[in-house]
Design a protein around this ligand. Structure first.
Ligand code: DHB
Ligand code: FE
Length: 277
């Protein structure tokens, strides 16, 4: 039986990649953000997970607006990174865990999730930055990318993303292997990059959402997508990835660490590391 050791979550602002490349982690602007990852890195070093299942949203790199799956699961030997236009350095390919990918895919299809299966998949900043933040030396575990459309309407409901996460978690728990698996959710928290509300941040909602990740993981699923956009901004709905990752790591959790910094670029930058109790 594979073991789910916990759930990680972080924002994925592209400028983080630039700050890392320019060694700006200890600059006054960046320090409060990057320092938040240290306790999570120590915990991961003690846990040594073998696989990371990464719930994220593609921003027009692998899926453009002409073809937009609601849910897509990677089943590749490796995943190449490319830059969809932010100018941040490209990272070396990420090693896949295709056997576990196929086990997850089999379970999702059996449970009537009509996913897209990707045996080739480019991954963008939303995938790479969480891995770089939690494993700065590049010694991250093998990966299973799971892409949720948070970009082009209609988006899947928060309730559906929780159901997806639960099914993924059950597939991993039923996997006949000795792997230790960590779930990762990428994106959020509140932010809006465009339109009249550009720069929108909702700290009270973000803090309530982060608290719910610990003790009440389906709290945000009470809201419709339009309510979530209203409360968190058009890109704040990336929190769907946090919801799915938390649902995939069920049961009571202990908080290893959490951090919240506003703003980083235009975004309320949150991170959490939760250990299965
Ligand atoms: C920013 C945030 C994002 O989630 C993203 O995908 C791109 C940019 C930002 O705040 O700069
Ligand atoms: Fe984003």
């Amino acid at each position: 039986m594979a073991k789910i050791i916990g759930a990680l979550a972080t924002s994925h602002v592209p400028a983080i990649g630039g700050a890392i490349a320019k060694h700006r982690e200890q600059d006054p602007y960046w320090k409060p953000f990057f320092d938040g990852f240290n306790p999570a890195r120590e915990w991961l070093a003690s846990q040594e997970p073998d696989v990371a299942v990464v719930f994220y949203n593609d921003h027009g790199l692998n899926f453009f607006l002409d073809k937009m799956p609601t849910f897509a699961v990677g089943a590749a030997e490796e995943y190449r990174n490319d830059d969809e236009g932010w100018g941040i350095p490209t990272l070396p390919p990420f090693k896949g865990a295709p056997e576990l990918s196929w086990a997850i895919i089999d379970t999702l299809i059996a449970r009537e999730f009509d996913i897209v299966t990707c045996q080739e998949m480019l991954v963008d900043h939303a995938f790479t930055l969480p891995l770089k933040l939690f494993w700065p030396a590049g010694d991250n575990p093998a990966v299973v990318p799971i892409c949720i459309n948070t970009v082009q309407f209609p988006l899947p409901s928060a309730k559906r993303c929780v159901a997806l996460g639960k099914a993924v978690g059950e597939a991993v728990a039923a996997w006949d292997g000795a792997e230790k698996v960590v779930m990762i959710g990428s994106g959020g928290l509140s932010h809006q990059l465009d339109g009249a509300r550009a720069g929108f941040i909702n700290k009270p909602f973000d803090l309530k959402f982060m608290a719910s990740m610990l003790d009440e993981p389906e709290w945000a699923a009470q809201y419709s997508i339009h309510e979530l956009v209203e409360k968190t901004g058009t890109q704040g709905v990336e929190l769907l990835n946090w919801l799915a990752a938390r649902a995939a790591a069920p049961g009571p959790m202990r908080e290893v660490h959490s951090n919240y910094v506003i703003p980083i670029s235009n975004t309320a930058a949150g991170m959490m590391a939760l250990e299965a109790a």
